[in-house]
Design a protein around this ligand. Structure first.
Ligand code: ZN
Length: 673
């Protein structure tokens, strides 16, 4: 039997090979297509129990088989898995489109919705509501001609977005700076300089060749003492894919107009006034005004603090601060005020100590125990598996950790679902997840030391994992992180980060790698004070992006012609405190919104941060280990998945709607208007 199709227990990672992927997915999808047709032809799908459980079973099974394929593709970086993944992705996408545009299925959902009794459980109501919404957003109910237009517009949009990204990539790749005077590299980290020397040598050039990849750009802006070098890099970065670039071959100005036009059309076809409204249909925020007011209020309450930060930088620099000075002088200020080095901190954070402390925290808050299961094997010998149990020993679920960088492994940190919780027809399946990071691998003594930044990352991902594991929802499509709006899904993770900035937690989650001593409080205090240095400036920058993104979609009017730069200028006048040179063409490389999933959704970062900070402030008020507060957070937020309106859930936890104050206070931006 194809080991991928064995869904009786955990995936058989020891046996699964890339060649199993396509046959497994092909067989499964064919089987599901038949089952779906049978179901719809059976003439019995008039009520919830006849329609939903079989559909949930199918998508659960599909995700169970698909999950290890996507996962191994990400963590192994093996060419065989890449091909297998790409082949399967095509099948899965096609299948998804087919289902989401199936008019008979849609009609069945409509009938079930009508037949749903008044007193139906909230989860059932929510599940149907989500499904109908997604059908509508996929254009299922449109007349045939418009349905076709919708499909074509979506395809054209996907292609245009891909071109946007390629233009950014090509423009970025085309830029180089050759340097022959070592003095100009002063301050840059050695690995960046070494790579620049290698890149020059590879071209038979003397000196150093600097590229415009993000690590180099970032290092120059933070560390290059040569102000002119920073200015040059800033200009190159801020003009990528624009008419102002050194080579203007990849100008995205027209691409942006086309993307906005296509999105506006799509939104119009399914009944929205603009794409911002379309975007909000699946989010926690309800109206465009609500989002604009949210961003506007955050901005106005942050400006004074940001201006003070800017003044402090100017004082240190002894000249007015330009856009290419901000990161550099912030870094200097941080070192002069709170010298705590990563190297010193790392000595206190051996990964196993941090994990033990973090698991102990979960135990304290939610009454769960996490214990390693040695017998479960993964896809590499550094993989560990943990079982999670409730206080009474009842198993809740489990998760794999894959913590260390390896060649071929995708960078960054994330969690993913291996198995989603399901409880249907008397059969219950527990959730299982993957928690993946890219920390420094253990040394020859088997010790891996984390920076504090790594510790925060681990807590963040663990927050997502608890959201996935602690769910009590029976239907996989709304269990755990499924069905949770995009602007709320980072609530549990950003919430958890706060504990990594709390001394009572860190002293349990730290232990010097030689002496075992916990992190001294004096070092923690400095670390804690450095947390929000430049917070006001960073906040305004994010708000500028978010406001631009939202307004450009909300106020799009085909008749008005291209307005994107004028709009950006307007936003900056209202929000920014750092001056921007006229040549700045930031939108031309704003891939998050023009190529990625953040269109009219960039505000989500801040939205979720406000929820997380406000939720954490409830713990600050009651004592951060307060059992009643934690129990309420677990019950109202972590357990509900997408089964409930998130605003209602938040109010049930907090006793009121979210307020901005906690985030502003925690960021040191203050309460003053
Ligand atoms: Zn996250």
């Amino acid at each position: 039997m194809n080991p991928l199709l064995d869904t009786s227990a955990l995936p058989r990672f020891g046996e699964v090979q890339p060649e199993h992927a396509l046959p497994a997915m092909t067989e499964l999808i064919a089987r599901h297509r038949e089952k779906l047709a049978e179901l719809l032809n059976s003439g019995t799908v008039e009520d919830f129990d006849a329609l939903i459980p079989p559909l949930e079973e199918m998508s659960h099974e599909l995700s169970r088989v698909w999950s290890p394929i996507g996962h191994l593709h990400s963590v192994l970086g093996d060419p065989g898995w890449r091909d297998a993944y790409n082949e399967c992705l095509k099948l899965v996408t096609e299948h998804h489109t087919e289902v989401s545009q199936n008019a008979d299925l849609h009609a069945a959902f409509e009938r079930v919705s009508q037949a749903l009794p008044e007193d139906a459980p909230a989860a059932r109501r929510k599940l149907i509501e989500h499904a109908l919404r997604d059908f509508r957003l996929a254009g299922v109910a449109l007349p045939v001609a418009e349905k076709q237009t919708f499909k074509e517009t979506r395809q054209t949009l996907a292609g245009t977005q891909a071109r946007f990204e390629q233009n950014v990539q090509d423009s970025t790749d085309s830029w180089k700076l050759d340097i022959d005077d070592a003095a100009r590299l002063e301050g840059l980290p050695p690995p960046i300089v070494e790579r620049a020397a290698q890149d020059a040598a590879a071209e038979n050039q003397p000196g150093w060749r600097l590229n415009l990849d993000y690590p180099t750009y970032h290092a120059v802006m933070m560390h290059a003492v040569d102000r002119e070098l920073r200015r040059t890099f800033y200009r190159a970065w801020a003009t990528r894919a624009s008419d102002q670039a050194d080579d203007a071959s990849w100008n995205n100005a027209a691409t942006i107009e086309r993307i906005l036009e296509l999105r506006h059309e799509l939104a119009g076809l399914v009944g929205y006034d603009n794409y911002a409204e379309y975007s909000l249909a699946t989010k926690m925020a309800t109206t465009t005004d609500e989002v604009l007011e949210f961003l506007g209020e955050l901005a106005s309450r942050t400006r004074a603090a940001a201006q003070r930060e800017l003044d402090a930088l100017a004082e240190l620099a002894e000249h007015p601060i330009e856009a290419w000075d901000v990161a550099f002088y912030l870094e200097r200020l941080k070192h002069s005020r709170y010298a705590v080095s990563d190297e010193l901190l790392r000595q206190y954070f051996p990964v196993d100590r941090v994990k033990d402390g973090m698991f102990a925290l979960a135990g304290k808050l939610y009454n769960v125990t996490l214990s390693p299961a040695e017998s479960v094997s993964g896809w590499h010998d550094t993989i560990r598996y943990y079982e999670v149990q409730n206080a009474d020993g009842e198993p809740i679920g489990g998760f794999y950790t894959d913590l260390y960088a390896r060649s071929g492994k995708r960078s960054g940190a994330w969690i993913d679902e291996c198995i989603v919780r399901k409880n249907l027809n008397g059969e219950s399946v527990l959730p299982v997840g993957y928690l993946v990071c890219n920390f420094s691998p253990p040394d020859k003594d088997g010790v891996s030391l984390l920076t504090h930044n790594d510790v925060v990352t681990l807590f963040h991902e663990f927050g997502h994992m608890l959201h996935h594991l602690l769910t009590r929802v029976d239907y996989p499509s709304i269990a755990g992180i499924n069905g949770v709006p995009w602007d709320a899904v980072e609530l549990p993770s950003q919430f958890m980060e706060n504990f990594a900035w709390t001394y009572d937690v860190l002293k349990e989650a730290s232990g010097h790698f030689e002496t075992g001593d916990p992190l001294p409080e004096a070092i923690f205090d400095k670390l804690s004070q450095s947390r929000y240095l430049g917070a006001g400036l960073a906040m305004l920058r994010q708000l500028e992006f978010a406001l631009y993104d939202f307004r450009v979609h909300a106020s799009y009017e085909p008749a008005l012609g291209p307005r994107t730069l004028a709009l950006l200028e307007q936003v900056r006048e209202e929000v920014a405190v750092v001056p921007h040179p006229e040549y700045n063409r930031f939108p031309m490389s704003f891939s998050h919104i023009f190529a990625g999933g953040y269109a009219a959704g960039y505000y989500s970062y801040k939205w979720a941060e406000v929820l997380a900070a406000d939720a954490f402030s409830a713990f600050e008020e009651s004592g951060i280990f307060d059992a009643a507060t934690a129990a309420r957070f677990r019950a109202e937020i972590l357990e509900i998945g997408g089964s409930r309106d998130i605003m209602q859930a938040f109010v049930a936890f907090r006793g009121r709607k979210p307020k901005l104050d906690a985030l502003l206070r925690q960021s040191g931006i203050g309460k003053a208007a």
